[in-house]
Design a protein around this ligand. Structure first.
Ligand SMILES: NC(=O)c1ccc[n+]([C@@H]2O[C@H](COP(=O)([O-])OP(=O)(O)OC[C@H]3O[C@@H](n4cnc5c(N)ncnc54)[C@H](O)[C@@H]3O)[C@@H](O)[C@H]2O)c1
Length: 295
């Protein structure tokens, strides 16, 4: 079990959408919350709303693409709330652009904010969690990391989100002796600022903010017609329940859970078919008792 009441939490990207929902629900359940965001005005607004509702919160500026910025954010969060036990590495952004039309800066930004932002945030708080012998790291990945065919024109984003899932699953093994657990939250459509504000988050070192027309979600007609969008307030309790129970994953949409099961059942079967065909043609490779095809 991971206790939430009485703990101190940080939520990156807490100024909007899913992070806002998580910050408010954490406070409602008795945690003190550092609302960290590249947009300090939004973080202050959310922290103010939490305090007005009787919770404890502080707003902190942070760009998760910069280790120095995360270190300063951590210092301010700990000064205000004490040691942090619950880390929600949630900040992210996307661009619905074909890879060939993306600039190098666009690609770097999407990888940095989504993948390295989670890596840097995790690494910044890890020593504190380990020395305390307790804690939880919940990273917001995406169904796009598990089902990369789900939303087209999401190449760096899908890569980054798949990377988060690998990171969290591997880290869980490393952290088991320290009583620290990880969760990959894979949203499958939550109403947030992501469709409209995205380009405004792009830091100067990646070319600065860009005006992006509101994205029309099309989904991939081969696999999905487009998601129903849940409210952040509706998914946050689901995520915290998973954190409380130290669950490795949260898939918030029932339809996507089904799609995930069907897709990977097919992938696993296809792998076996390929390995079986190899063995029929060449025999089992002597140094490879798993039977996996090597060619
Ligand atoms: N909304 C969805 O349907 C959906 C689906 C899958 C995954 N996600 C993921 O959920 C997370 C939250 O996104 P959201 O949908 O709430 O969108 P959002 O745009 O409402 O919130 C993103 C927040 O992250 C902040 N942010 C952006 N870049 C930052 C940076 N460099 N440093 C610090 N903060 C930064 C923004 O200011 C904003 O407050 C993201 O990781 C996103 O990829 C969302």
């Amino acid at each position: 079990m991971t206790e939430i009441s009485g703990k101190a939490a940080v939520v990156t990207g807490g100024g909007s959408g899913i992070g806002m929902g998580l910050a408010k629900e954490l406070a409602r359940q008795g945690a003190a919350v550092a609302v960290a965001d590249i947009n300090l005005d939004n973080a202050e607004k959310i922290a103010g709303e939490i305090r007005a509702a009787g919770g404890q919160a502080v707003a902190v500026h942070c760009d998760v693409c910069e280790c120095g910025s995360i270190a300063r954010m951590k210092q301010q969060a700990v000064a205000a709330l004490g040691p942090i036990q619950l880390v929600f590495a949630n900040a992210g952004a996307t661009s619905f652009t074909p890879l060939a039309q993306m600039s190098d800066d666009d690609v770097d930004w999407i990888i940095q904010v989504n993948l390295m932002g989670v890596m840097y945030t995790t690494r910044a708080f890890l020593p504190d969690l380990m020395s305390a012998g307790e804690g939880h790291i919940c990273a917001t990945a995406s169904m796009a990391g598990l089902l990369p065919g789900w939303i087209p024109e999401h190449v760096p984003y899908s890569a980054a989100k798949a990377g988060i899932i690998g990171m969290m699953m591997n880290l869980a093994l490393e952290l088991k002796p320290f009583n620290i657990h990880t969760t990959s939250y894979c949203p499958g459509g939550v109403a947030s600022g992501m469709k409209t504000n995205n380009g405004s988050y792009r830091p100067d070192r990646f070319g600065g903010p860009v005006a992006v027309a509101e994205v029309q979600f099309t989904g991939n007609s081969n696999v999905h017609s487009g998601p129903a969008f849940y409210r952040p307030e509706a998914v946050a309790p689901m995520v915290l329940e998973a954190v409380r129970n130290n669950r490795a994953f949260v898939f918030d949409h029932a339809e996507q859970r089904r799609l995930f099961r069907e897709t990977y059942a097919g992938v696993v079967e296809a792998c076996y078919d390929a390995a079986d065909a190899w063995e029929r043609a060449h025999g089992l490779p002597p140094a490879n008792p798993t039977g996996a095809a090597l060619a």
